[in-house]
Design a protein around this ligand. Structure first.
Ligand code: NDP
Ligand code: MG
Length: 394
């Protein structure tokens, strides 16, 4: 019997991290955790390290890393890796086959690039890194022959729908979106949205940032850009449809008009397991759909007037260059300010729009230029937050 695939899980303490652990626990003969990484919640890493006998633990926050090492709570043979370099070191471990970047934001960019340069395959949850640096990440994967397996449920669905087909026969990609908790709100009702309301997703259980992004549809905007890079598809050929049940995870339309869809319940273990076991399949971690029960599937077009983030993301995707990174950076700054009660809910798209208007678009030649543009966008967005009446911690 072949030995289990060794996995590095970045963001083990988060929502995707937890679901990834459930998939690994379901398939101990096929999957093994070689390294786990987090930022602050190191006590949660203790439980995972003990349950799965994980030899390597990386902790981004240096103080937490120190505390964890001295706690005596981890198995005695645990090897610790601290800071960003620690995350990079575990991502390139010789035995590692697959790295799962599941860290919120763009921090996993350097560990992911390092893993690709060492020929590791990637099961990508951290969509923000493609939005920021899709051109560089995809070129690195290609150069080193590494696989970029989409773990985001929509992209995983598209990946499954493309199997066995010719690229030339693909007409368009159709991303589904639940529409979030405010899909039926009028513009007037939207003025009263609080963070408590935005943090409750009707279908999915996810981390706080992506839950708010789903409510503004910025998440679908990020996913449109993510799809543009993963499948080398211009934004003009990527559609979005509102599908409130979140059962059809996305679709591919072929030139003959046939549309292929992937269906499963709105639980992340389906997409996660597909990427971890790929190209094999195994028994599901969670129960699937039951067609002996009544089920409806509805679809309708999104209203971009109500959800300007989707329009802004599409415009950024078409513009290319640093615009998509600026969309992501300004969204992160705006969401943080909203969660800290510094700006209102409807200010989130305003901050993004004003940032995109203020930044001069350009096509960076290297990663340093790109990261400088990301920092510039964050500064501009912080100014826009202040202009809207909020304050931003420096
Ligand atoms: P959570 O907020 O639940 O978890 C975030 C994780 O990232 C935690 O493990 C956190 O560690 C870790 N983290 C944050 N910053 C750092 C850092 N600097 N170094 C190391 N670890 C860090 O987020 P989700 O699991 O919801 O989302 C993770 C990613 O997956 C995001 O990019 C999201 O867009 C994407 N995604 C999520 C989906 C979902 O269903 N949740 C679906 C599809 C994509 P700690 O807890 O220790 O601070
Ligand atoms: Mg998704």
């Amino acid at each position: 019997m072949p030995s289990p695939k060794k996995i590095v899980l970045l963001g083990a303490t988060g929502s995707i991290g937890e679901n990834t652990c459930r998939v690994v626990a379901k398939h101990p003969d096929k999957l093994e955790l070689l390294a786990i990484a987090g930022r602050y919640r190191w006590r949660k890493l203790v439980d995972i390290a003990r349950q799965f006998n994980v030899p390597h633990v990386a902790i981004y926050d240096e103080a937490c890393c120190e505390e964890a090492q001295q706690s005596g709570l981890f198995p005695a043979e645990t090897q610790f890796h601290c800071g960003l370099q620690g995350l990079i070191d575990v991502s390139v471990l010789a035995e590692a086959k697959l790295v799962v970047p599941a860290i919120v934001g763009t921090l996993a960019l350097k560990p992911t690039l390092a893993a690709l340069e060492h020929g590791k395959d990637i099961a990508l949850a951290s969509k923000e890194i493609l939005v920021l640096a899709g051109k560089f990440v995809m070129a690195t994967a290609k150069k080193h022959g590494s696989m970029m397996l989409p773990l985001d449920s929509e992209h995983n669905a598209i990946f499954q729908c493309l199997q066995g087909e010719r690229e030339i026969d693909v007409d368009r990609l159709i991303l589904t979106a639940s529409g979030g908790p405010f899909r039926d709100f009028t513009r007037e009702q939207m003025t009263g949205i609080t963070k408590e309301m935005a943090l409750k997703h009707p279908n999915w259980s996810m981390g706080p940032k992506i839950t708010i992004d789903s409510s503004t549809m910025a998440n679908k905007g990020l996913e449109l850009i993510e799809a543009r890079w993963l499948f080398d598809m211009p934004a003009e050929r990527i559609d979005v449809t509102i599908h409130p049940q979140s059962i059809v995870h996305s679709m591919v339309q072929y030139v003959d008009g046939s549309i292929i869809a992937q269906l499963s319940p709105p639980i992340m273990t389906f997409a996660i397991q597909h990427t971890l076991l790929y190209p094999e399949r195994g028994a599901g971690t969670d129960a699937t759909l039951d067609f002996s029960q009544l089920m409806s599937l509805d679809f309708r077009p999104p209203c971009t007037e109500q959800f300007p983030c989707l329009r802004l993301a599409r415009e950024a995707a078409v513009a290319g260059g640093i615009a998509t990174g600026a969309f992501n950076a300004s969204n992160e700054v705006a969401v943080e300010a909203f969660v800290a009660d510094k700006i209102g809910y409807l200010d989130i798209p305003r901050v993004i729009e004003k940032t995109l208007e203020s930044i001069a678009n350009r096509d960076p030649d290297n990663l340093d230029e790109l990261l400088a543009a990301d920092a510039e966008a964050r500064n501009i967005a912080a100014e826009k937050v202040i202009a809207l009446g909020g304050t931003v911690a420096q």
